[in-house]
Design a binder for this molecule. Sequence first.
Ligand code: IPE
Ligand code: IPE
Ligand code: MG
Length: 253
Amino acid sequence: MSETTKIPQHVAIIMDGNGRWANNLSIPRISGHKRGVEVVRIVVKSCIEQGVKYLTLFAFSSENWSRPLNEITLLIALFTITLEQEIIKLHKNNIRFKVIGDLSKFSPKIIKLIHDGETLTAANTGLTLTIAANYGGRWDIIQATLKMLEQRPELIGHFEEKDLAQHFMMSYAPEPDLLIRTGGEQRISNFLLWNLIYTELYFTDTLWPDFKEDAFNLAIESYFKRERRFGKINAPVKLSITDMTQKISKKMG
Ligand code: IPE
Ligand code: IPE
Ligand code: MG
């Protein structure tokens, strides 16, 4: 059976299109972001129902600081309110909450909310929900390298993949099986560069605020049709080496 029949263990999503969704309705961009938070709730529920174990959401990239100050301020306020309101609900639903990204740019209040949320939910055994906030794939590679060399300076000059891999922000999770990007663009936008090497990519024009259960199910169905090869060959081996050698020697008489 060449098709992928297992539910993806780890789904990562670039939640894009909030601004355009709001523009289409001639309402402020922040209304699109607010609707986007509601969609996160729906997708979390779908993941739990389908048996996905890790859901990783790109909420704010290191490049998003270049947006107008007004939008950044409102996004940060929305992030704060969402953390304040949702963490207890996540905990009640046995969800483990994690945040990846450079938190040093956030206020002490947000850093505390994140830290408290991660601590409260650390032992939960259901879905692991990771929010990427002020995250950049290149930043992750640099911080992992710095951490590795700080802990093991003798590795300067020669180190292996496994030495570095353990220091990435997402080292607690398997690599994503499926990456979904909503909003029509087909690019990675500095998301999990290290972790996505063999991830199946799924792009949809649906804007994030419209990405409901049905849209999520379509992405999962698409994943089921993929043939994951990881550089190998999946074609069935029809003849063993011994069979082949026997056939050839018969032919040669
Ligand atoms: C994604 O929606 C959310 C963030 C990047 C914070 P956008 O705000 O990028 O929406 P569009 O792409 O402008 O429609
Ligand atoms: C990617 O969306 C980042 C997030 C969804 C958080 P952007 O809207 O920032 O991406 P670009 O600028 O279109 O590549
Ligand atoms: Mg965008």
